[in-house]
Ligand binder design. Structure first.
Ligand code: ADP
Length: 264
């Protein structure tokens, strides 16, 4: 929309009824996108109108995990997002040919996010989830500017080293005056398939550590919203575009994710 003034972000308007959650993590590979997609699918299955912005510009993976293989279309001068499993989704990957890498700098990222929020026809959403890139980058600042009322959801593993990084990512909320809705601990142990024992592959306590740290730095109580075990079905569901909360809602990971969705 070169030359034209930017459209207002509807979710930032006073009185907007859409709850916006920005899903953040300290580093990659902790399951941030898997959590985002499953929370979205669980909420849609509960009858809510849900959208997801894949703002993980360099590591976009949401459409595949959600099974959204459609393309956005243009109607008038709005972008119509494809949807899958009841969730509307937009991703930078839908606008890059093939598997081309995205090599943008901050201002371009900000503009892409602005367009995803303002130029996409979302309709009346109950919930919008933003899958942020890992770390404390430009996009987190852009989110704070474009949707100041977005609340931050921090995903970490139980590992102490991961928790420290996650806490740093979350503490950006202090500078941006955003609320942290809570912490999700993912990969919290592997239930042994042969006995009832839990194998703590990544240790324990990371989620609690992040929640306590962020409670201290923000001065507001940050709860642990839940812990999700390592579960082959979750990984398979992500690879196949069939979120585990839908295909196996009572599996350990599926039920943990549904319980977290119920708290948002
Ligand atoms: P991030 O968005 O933090 O980079 P992903 O959601 O892409 O992380 O997850 C990284 C990989 O780990 C994916 O292959 C995903 O399927 C897998 N994974 C994430 N959480 C779990 C879990 N609880 N159990 C099993 N595999 C998981």
């Amino acid at each position: 929309r070169g030359g034209q003034t930017e459209r207002e972000v509807p979710f930032a308007k006073p009185g907007s009824l859409t709850r916006v959650y920005a899903v953040a993590s300290g580093k990659g590979g902790v399951g941030k996108s898997s959590v985002t997609v499953n929370l979205a699918a669980a909420m849609a299955a509960d009858g809510l109108k849900v959208g997801v912005v894949d703002a993980d510009i360099y590591g976009h993976s949401v459409p595949r995990m959600l099974g959204a293989d459609g393309r956005p279309t243009q109607v008038e001068n709005m972008i119509m997002p494809p949807s899958a499993n009841g969730v509307k989704v937009i991703s930078i990957g839908m606008f890059t040919p093939g598997n081309a890498p995205v090599v943008w700098r901050g201002p371009m990222l900000h503009r892409a996010l602005q367009q995803f929020l303002a130029d996409v026809f979302w309709g009346d959403l109950d919930v919008l989830l933003l899958d942020l890139p890992p770390g404390t980058g430009d996009i987190a600042i852009s989110v704070a500017q474009l949707v100041p009322n977005a609340e931050i959801l921090v995903v970490t593993t139980p590992q102490q080293a991961a928790a420290e990084v996650a806490e740093r990512a979350g503490s950006i909320a202090v500078q941006t005056h955003q609320k942290i809705v809570g912490v999700v601990e993912n990969m919290s142990g592997l239930p042994c398939p042969h006995c009832d024992e839990m194998v703590d592959v990544f240790g324990t306590g990371g989620g609690q550590k992040v929640a306590e740290g962020l409670t201290r730095t923000t001065g507001a109580t940050v709860p642990v919203l839940g812990s999700i075990p390592i579960d082959v079905r979750l990984r398979e569901g992500g690879d196949e575009g069939k979120p585990v909360v839908l295909t196996d809602p009572d599996s350990p990971a599926g039920s943990a994710l549904r319980a977290i969705a119920g708290k948002l």
